[in-house]
Design a binder for this molecule. Structure first.
Ligand code: HEM
Length: 420
């Protein structure tokens, strides 16, 4: 790039971005760099982070040269709705545990921890028709949840200086990587074996779950999909889907509880309806204020706050201001930055304000429709285009249903409302 390389160490070495990730405050520091230098930040000698929502389609669009395989259809809304009964069973267990352990005893609940137990049990149930038992035991009994946290910290940092992986996790003499997910691997293998041998006692053909669907894909396309691939599919579900979803549900609960007026409005919306113990996704999704709260929490606190890297194409990339990025430079945008771009979100992008997703009193229907279109096009929390998150429907299904169940059913307060 000929211009725009700011006088920060970030343009000189990949170690600076490695350092930023290791501080644990990467997204805020990157935002500070953008605030200071504008929409183009050189994060490394060959890496550029952009804040141009209008380029989302160009950089992440699909040219339809590579069609998605059948695996991808397993996460469409239609398929996700078939696992809703499995999800409901797990939410029901969550409510039972909360009632027995906390409501009846008036003990303080670490809701963040319980949400993690629940999303892990949920992804187990949706994949294998059997949960992992985290809620039943009330703890991370096999250390998988904390191991996954460590693994993600490792991947986030190593992604900045990939060659370091050969010295650490792939070190041929002594592996120094994150702990491996031995127990989750064992559970996955046991289920695949039991299902193949037809003696998986949890399997109910009426609610088949993901493993069954992946195995059907293997039967249909034996030349392309083998057992190893089925295992990969299951593992991607476990790793990509549990922590991100937990983080999202926690964010919604945190922001709603932190803003008493929002909490009251949401409770009132939920209270007016006969939703039953657990709302159907179609019912919960149709509630305008709940929808606004979920979308706003995801905007302010996206589950992935890292740059979604791509290589600039062979012809390079010309930015809206005319600057040119050479071919094969790593370019990307970060949901945390795009979700705060004032040209899209107005002059209070850091503020949690669900009302921004609703029609304003002085706003015409067409102006609101136009604004919603702009918001939807810039909503980058699940990525965009051909590599957009495959699990978003499942993640959203869980989020809407759990938030509706918790806020609709209980009176909840933060133990320490002043704490950020
Ligand atoms: C709120 C929760 C979630 C968030 C915020 C999230 C976010 C994302 C983002 C931003 C990407 C795009 C990465 C890129 O473009 O480089 C992505 C990809 C992906 N996500 Fe999610 N995700 C969530 C839940 C899930 C769940 C529940 C699953 C699986 C059940 C899942 C599976 C995947 C997969 C397989 C990809 C890769 C898609 C591809 O490369 O074609 N995610 N996710």
């Amino acid at each position: 790039m000929d211009q725009g390389a700011q006088a920060e160490p970030s343009g000189l070495t990949n170690w600076y971005r490695f350092y930023l990730v290791r501080t644990g405050d990467y997204q805020h520091q990157l935002k500070a760099l953008h605030d200071k230098h504008g929409p183009v930040i050189r994060l490394g000698p060959n890496v550029v982070d952009l804040d141009y929502p209008e380029l989302i389609k160009t950089m992440y669009g699909t040219d339809n040269k590579y069609l998605k395989t059948d695996f991808y259809h397993n996460n469409s809304t239609k398929i996700v709705l078939t696992v809703e009964p499995l999800v409901d069973k797990v939410i029901d267990q969550l409510l039972e545990h909360l009632e027995e352990r906390f409501v009846k005893t008036a003990k303080t609940c670490d809701l963040g921890e319980w949400i993690a137990f629940c999303t892990w049990d949920m992804v187990g149930a949706a994949s294998f028709s059997e949960d992992f038992g985290y809620m039943a035991q009330g703890k991370d009994h096999d250390g998988t949840i904390s191991t996954e946290d460590k693994a993600f910290d490792y991947f986030a940092a190593i992604g900045q200086v990939p060659i370091l992986d050969y010295c650490l996790d792939k070190n041929p003499i002594k592996r120094i990587g994150p702990p491996n997910l031995g127990n989750a691997t064992r559970v996955a293998i046991e289920h695949i074996a039991a299902r193949t041998q037809g003696n998986d006692r949890n399997f109910d053909p009426k609610t088949p779950g993901y493993l069954q669907r992946f195995m059907e894909v293997k039967e249909t396309y034996p030349d392309i999909v083998d057992d190893g691939m089925v295992m990969n599919y299951v593992f991607i579900n476990l790793l990509a889907g549990s922590d991100t979803t937990a983080l999202t549900i926690r964010a919604v609960m945190y922001y709603v509880l932190k803003h008493p007026d929002v909490y009251r409005k949401l409770k009132s919306e939920l209270g007016k309806l006969e939703l039953g113990r657990i709302a159907q996704y179609s019912e919960a999704k149709a509630l305008p204020y709940l929808d606004a709260c979920v979308r706003e929490a995801i905007r302010v606190h996206p589950g992935v706050s890292m740059m979604l890297e791509r290589y600039a194409p062979a012809e390079g990339l010309t930015l809206p201001d005319g600057r040119y990025i050479p071919p094969f430079t790593k370019v990307g945008m970060n949901p945390f930055i795009i979700n705060r771009n004032p040209c899209i979100w107005g002059n209070d992008p850091d503020t949690f304000r669900p009302e921004r997703w609703l029609q304003q009193d002085d706003e015409s229907g067409s102006a609101f429709a136009e604004r919603t279109k702009l918001f939807n096009a810039a909503d980058f929390s699940f990525g965009a285009g051909s590599r957009m998150c495959l699990g978003r429907h499942l993640a959203l299904l869980q989020t809407y249903k759990i938030v509706a169940a918790l806020v609709g059913r209980y009176d909840i307060r933060l133990t320490n409302p002043e704490r950020e």
